[in-house]
Design a protein around this ligand. Sequence first.
Ligand code: AMP
Length: 225
Amino acid sequence: MARQLNLILVGPPGAGKGTQAERLQSDFGLAYIATGEMLRANVKAQTELGMAAKQHMDAGGLVPDDLILAMTAERLEEDDTRDGFILDGFPRNLAQAGALERQLQQQGRRITAVLLIEVPDEEIVKRIAGRRVCVKNGHNYHVDYDPPKLPDVCDQDGSRLIQRDDDKPEVVQRRLLVYHEQTAPLISYYEDRGLLRRVDGMRAPGEVHDHIRALIATLLLEDSL
Ligand code: AMP
């Protein structure tokens, strides 16, 4: 099988995973798989999955593994993942990481790297408070750091910008707690497998992007030697 670039982005909510994934997707032509986006689309369309997921999402907790794993297993079978993928928001705990590893093994694929975008909690709280997303396609903005040209209007598709319910301050605290308790153990899990690469998420988005591209270039080079 031709070389695939299979990346996982890990980091607290608001670390800039979505922003970086958007750029990497166009740099490398990878399938972008963001479980949070997929779930929000299901909530909006009022599917069975969306209705089962909503209460967990609104409370800032994790959606049960069986629902997530059914959704991601199907998505990873799709044709557009042929040259590789970027996972954003999945896996989110060790059980999901194990299930992903088994599925990839069955498909004869492996993870190229896990990019950990590190940002301290105080900064996360500031970033999320100002975050706005477009109702139609989920494009991200920040009222201070990355404002749209017109207030509350998406530059890319003209739709309305809103604050996600789970970006409200009480819910953000809970999401951070869940991140530290359930998702952070993935750091040593992937470190033990030699896959973890750390990225300083406090830098400007363009610098973070440059760093990630350099990391990927090194990985590709190592692989071709
Ligand atoms: P995100 O946009 O990645 O911050 O995800 C928003 C919400 O969707 C999370 O707070 C969880 O409730 C849910 N979610 C997204 N991905 C997962 C996952 N892999 N496992 C469980 N819940 C998830």
